[in-house]
Design a protein around this ligand. Structure first.
Ligand SMILES: NC(=O)c1ccc[n+]([C@@H]2O[C@H](COP(=O)([O-])OP(=O)(O)OC[C@H]3O[C@@H](n4cnc5c(N)ncnc54)[C@H](OP(=O)(O)O)[C@@H]3O)[C@@H](O)[C@H]2O)c1
Length: 231
């Protein structure tokens, strides 16, 4: 059995990853910022016979991250998935019209958030078997992506990418695996119905990609289908 911690598991991709990993018999620590409001997740937990538990963690708040790390201090984590994310909408993150408060919020949640989580949960992952840290990033962070981007979102994810490659380099002599995953364009609240993939299908493929990661993938940028993503 693999111990998996997922951030932002209340809905969207995080919810599906949590649900499916538990269905596959793994032990899932599903974290979210408001467990009270996460009814679907709590229902999965209730039906899981203890394989999935719900824990409060707001990745934007250091005290909350520290409290969750302390609550789970005796748990060895095999796979840590930085999934929580926010999208403030394209209209308010263009060159002409930038909402700087939203930019700060996106940086806090999608760049500093995973950093806080990794800082506080590294001891748990070091004790785990797989020692995988997967950060869900976005194709829009890639220089190779040549469509219109939301500047706040894309730069937050690009910063995350750089932090992950630096961590992979800094800890290359350990068994730790730091990998970036573009999860596909998914029909969640974030992307809406115009996107390509159903959340359940995307989660299934992302799970296969995560299971297949090896030390060779540390510092790499991969896609939901297991392929390499161009930088
Ligand atoms: N959907 C796509 O096409 C797509 C493409 C590329 C990358 N991604 C990335 O995939 C990940 C999942 O996105 P999604 O599509 O599932 O989006 P989503 O449906 O909007 O879900 C986002 C999740 O993040 C959580 N979250 C937001 N702020 C948080 C915080 N401060 N602390 C903890 N959790 C927080 C939300 O929790 P609440 O319910 O509490 O708000 C929610 O569970 C994100 O990192 C996103 O950037 C998505």
């Amino acid at each position: 059995m693999t111990n998996i911690l997922i951030t932002g598991a209340a809905r969207g991709l995080g919810f599906e990853l949590a649900r499916q990993f538990a269905e596959q018999g793994e032990r899932v620590y599903a974290t979210c910022r408001n467990p009270q409001a996460a009814e679907a997740l709590r229902n999965v937990a209730e039906a899981s016979e203890g394989r999935l538990t719900v824990h409060r963690m707001d990745v934007g708040d250091m005290a909350s991250v520290k409290a969750c790390a302390e609550e789970l201090k005796d748990v060895d984590i095999d796979i840590l998935i930085n999934n929580a994310g926010v999208w403030g909408g394209l209209d308010t993150q263009t060159f002409q019209n930038m909402d700087y408060d939203n930019w700060a919020r996106e940086l806090n949640i999608m760049l500093m958030g995973p950093f806080r989580v990794m800082q506080n949960f590294l001891p748990h992952v070091r004790r785990g078997h797989d020692k995988k840290i997967v950060s869900i990033t976005s194709q829009t962070a890639a220089h190779a992506y040549d469509h219109l981007i939301g500047y706040s979102y894309a730069t937050a994810k690009a910063g995350l990418n750089r932090a992950m490659t630096a961590l992979a380099q800094e800890m290359q002599d350990e068994d730790l695996i730091f990998t970036l995953l573009h999860p596909g364009w998914i029909k969640t609240d974030m992307a809406g119905d115009v996107a390509d993939l159903e959340p359940a299908d995307a989660a299934r493929d992302n799970i296969v990609a995560i299971r297949n990661l090896t030390k060779e993938d540390s510092g790499k940028f991969r896609k939901w289908d297991g392929g390499i993503h161009p930088w």
